[in-house]
Design a protein around this ligand. Structure first.
Ligand code: NAD
Length: 292
């Protein structure tokens, strides 16, 4: 079994980005600039946004964090997005999910300029992705592709099973794995909460990508020997064994399945750090204005 080390791989990518940024700046260019909007005081969202801001500093980007109260109205939030849309110094904008219930997530996604949508969630960018046109790929699926690429994992002709059909992970992942690219060229089965006989399907997977948000859902009896497993899930559970008072579990029973796998991502230290690295990559791309 080979561990797909997202922490190390993301550090390699961050080093590559940092050297490109220092060259850009040395040649008189401006630093790439990422803005994030964080609403409310959700602990997990706070952790993710802080990690993104820290990563910006590590690679030499500028960053702006806009904090808004949970009571913010949709109009006020859209006005904040618009301020960033028209700020020519800012290259990329992310609005940390989840949003409070009274806010329409799709309206907010659509309000971000596609040229600054470095999360790759805007319908324009999703459409370009599906058509295999140059665009910002959604960060988590892009991070998974990068891991497969950098570990030289053959995907062509393989059966890839994706569990979960969210707009940000499962659905784009299924499109990307089916495209005529490398990584890609898989025969893809997208499964979800209404799928019947899930175990029979997962047992035929050469590559299993799991993003449903249920801790340790995938067990050894659901996979075949030699499978490649990508575990996207992150569930925070209370723990008296850690300093923070909680620990993270993936969607896969890592200990139970690891001996059947050729490759597997750990949680934490697998897909999570890759997501942040891809967000930085998209922001760098935006600052070079290559796409729009
Ligand atoms: P989501 O929560 O929006 O949707 C879950 C999906 O799982 C749905 O499509 C649903 O149909 C499917 N599902 C639920 N129960 C199922 C079952 N029994 N069998 C098959 N499918 C089932 O999904 P999401 O936003 O993609 O998040 C999934 C997990 O990934 C969460 O734990 C989230 O925290 C994590 N996540 C991690 C990263 C990262 O960077 N590592 C990024 C995004 C999400």
């Amino acid at each position: 079994m080979i561990l797909l080390d997202g922490k190390k791989t993301s550090n390699d990518i961050k080093d590559e980005i940092a050297s490109e940024v220092s060259q850009l700046v040395a040649n008189g260019g401006k630093k790439p600039h990422l803005a994030a909007i964080l609403i409310g005081d959700n602990g997990a969202s706070e952790t993710y946004v802080n990690a993104k801001v820290k990563a910006c500093l590590e690679v030499g980007f500028s960053s702006t964090l806009v904090r808004l109260d949970t009571s913010v109205t949709q109009e006020q939030l859209l006005a904040e997005v618009e301020k960033i849309n028209i700020n020519s110094d800012i290259d990329g904008l992310i609005v940390q999910l989840p949003l409070p219930f009274h806010i329409d997530e799709m309206k907010v996604t659509e309000s971000i300029l596609p040229s600054k949508d470095v999360d790759g969630f805007h319908p324009t960018n999703i459409g370009k992705m599906a058509l295999n046109l140059p665009t910002y790929l959604p960060a988590t699926p892009a991070g998974i592709l990068e891991l497969l690429l950098r570990y030289n994992i053959e995907t062509s002709g393989k059966h890839c099973v994706v569990i979960g059909r969210s707009h940000i992970v499962g659905s784009p992942m299924s499109i990307l794995m089916a495209r005529n690219t490398n990584p890609g060229n898989c025969t893809v089965t997208l499964t979800h909460s209404r799928t019947k006989n899930l175990n029979e399907i997962t047992k035929t997977a050469d590559i299993l990508i799991v993003a449903l948000g249920k801790a340790e859902f995938v067990t050894a009896n659901m996979v075949k020997d030699g499978v490649v497993i990508i575990d996207v899930g992150i569930t925070r559970i209370k723990s008296d064994k850690t300093k923070s008072g909680w620990k993270l579990l993936g969607d896969v029973d890592f200990k139970g399945v690891k001996n059947k796998c050729n490759f597997i991502t750990p949680v934490p230290g697998g897909v999570g750090p890759m997501t942040i690295a891809m967000l930085l990559k998209n922001t760098l791309l935006s600052s070079k204005s290559n796409l729009y």
